[in-house]
Design a protein around this ligand. Sequence first.
Ligand code: HEM
Length: 504
Amino acid sequence: MSKITLSLAFSFLSLWALGQGLTTNTGAPVGDNQNSKTVGENGPVLLEDIHLIEKLAAFDRERIPERVVHARGAGAFGYFEATADMSAYTQAAPFQQPGKKTEVAVRFSTVIHGHGSPETARDPRGFAVKFYTELGNYDIVGNNLPVFFIRDAIKFPDMVHSLKPSPVTNKQDPGRFFDFFSNVPEATHMLTRLYSDLGIPAGYQYMDGSSVHGFKWVNSQGKVTYVKYTWKTRQGVRNFTAEEAAAQQGKDWQHATAALRSDIEAGQYPQWDLYVQMISPDALDSFDFWPLDATKHWPEDQIPLVKVGTMTLNRNPVNYFQEVESLAFSPGSLIPGVEPSEDKLLQGRLFSYFDTHRHRLGPNYLQIEVNKPKEKVVNYNSDSYASARNDEFPHPDVNYQPSNYTPVQETPAYKYTETKLKDVTITQKKIAKTNDYKQAGEFFKALSKEDQEHLIRNLTGDLAMVTSKEVQKKMITHFYRADRKLGMALAQNLGFGMKDFMSH
Ligand code: HEM
């Protein structure tokens, strides 16, 4: 071997040792990543160019199904720092002592449109936070608005179908979703909030968040307190009017993702304070609404906000697919000290998220780095596609429990709480206190004159696109029942007179 060949071989080897050599999927060095292996210079290309074939095959499979809702989103990482000792109410690890820090992953999102859709849409915004605690991952999978359109999960697929683009024209159509909502009076409250300027946040940093549902906090004595979470932005709430949103869309419709990223990059770390509202189980029935109805706000003058900590986002994802697209949040990712409430919408969600993750990310999605609990997972749920942890046990042949050979045990202190039931009938009924309009009216009345005008204008704009007079009249009637002035203004804007409503 000549001196030159030797030194060339040496420099390739040292590049290799530095770990910078391009490899095939199976780890072998790649000789040429620019030219396929061909018969002569002009081809055809040989099937035996395995590197080429595997490269194309990997590309062909790059996309996984997008989230069926909340497909467009942006993520960031940081920490939650407790400012209160809430151990009298919950054993939940992040809330035990002031100063305690828990790492978090956060994903903000829009709801209805696809993965690459504009961030200027009037749409609720998702506000999902994963706490990596020492007792497991805890997710608060909330939205920016504190209430929801419906109170029972059985309506969710129909509602989403009506809001998504038409199966015929592939275009979102107010005629379809108002057709649905005209038959769902409990949606009036959420629609009143959504069509106010709160419906288009100026950026993810500028919105509050809410768990929407009540959850059960459980203390070390098994005592239950119902809680609802609220995140309050320290950046101040900022929204776009419809005109500002249109102008933003003309300039840059990915502004929310971009601004979250650039603020963090510049060291302007966004922060939110976390509050809880608490209701004891015997006080649940003392309101003119049912607090476990997701269409209802918990009024702060009756159920005060208690601050429990602050969240700071200080790290951007390095790889969007691995750290954001692969994030899997679920309202069922709970830890000791938090249990689901009886809220009928929440109960359906407890199934839906774990189920969709298995479909979207595969059965072992919890082994993806960003979803992995901080502490080792110890159980015998195993195998299936991409299983990576079947050999970690001291007796690999014992994949059952109980066994005389392994010390894998339950922790009785963390059994689910007991709930006593009396005089219960299993049924399929609406809740008794539907009270569908009062809070919508209160929200409208509390708006400034200018904000009321924006709400009326925004609603008029979309209702004017509804071709059915019947649907328009039904929607006006719901808003009229919430607030007379709101209903009258919409009726007038849409060209209806009193006589048109005689039958309603
Ligand atoms: C995402 C179902 C109501 C907040 C999702 C996903 C599904 C789903 C299937 C996609 C999850 C994924 O692919 O990872 C449902 C059902 C509901 C419901 C069945 C009612 C029965 C709600 C409510 C809220 C909410 C009331 C707010 C409190 C979110 C958020 C995400 C999401 C924030 C995105 C999570 C992320 O960033 O990965 N929902 N949802 N959903 N949902 Fe719901």
